[in-house]
Design a protein around this ligand. Structure first.
Ligand code: ZN
Ligand code: ZN
Ligand code: ZN
Length: 106
């Protein structure tokens, strides 16, 4: 996936700010900050499930579900936070950090 140009990023930003359902299914949204519209998104240090905006500092979950392989995005209303112990997001398949047995989640 190449870098987004400003115009595309602006369109995605305008659309998904008001239509958050579907963010998880849009690969380009991994590179757009929904707070400030920046495309300077980098992996968050110390947490490989999170991305962070270099311009405004907003961090969000975006990772691949271990159970089904779909993308989970914390900004999407279909990926609500788990209220039990894992604290990460719940995939549309129902899996979250609670269902992981390998890979210690710190
Ligand atoms: Zn931002
Ligand atoms: Zn899943
Ligand atoms: Zn959980």
């Amino acid at each position: 996936m190449g870098p987004l140009d400003r115009e595309t990023a602006k369109k995605l930003f305008d659309h998904y700010r008001n239509h958050r359902d579907g963010i998880r299914n849009k690969p380009e949204m991994a590179s757009v900050c929904l707070i400030c519209g920046s495309i300077h998104i980098v992996p968050k240090a110390g947490d490989d499930r999170m991305l962070v905006c270099r311009d405004c500092g907003f961090a969000f979950y975006r990772y691949t579900c271990q159970a089904c392989g779909k993308t989970v995005d914390g900004r999407d209303p279909k990926n609500p936070g788990c209220r039990k112990e894992c604290g990460v997001r719940i995939c549309t398949c129902g899996a979250c950090g609670c269902s992981e047995e390998s890979e210690g989640v710190s």
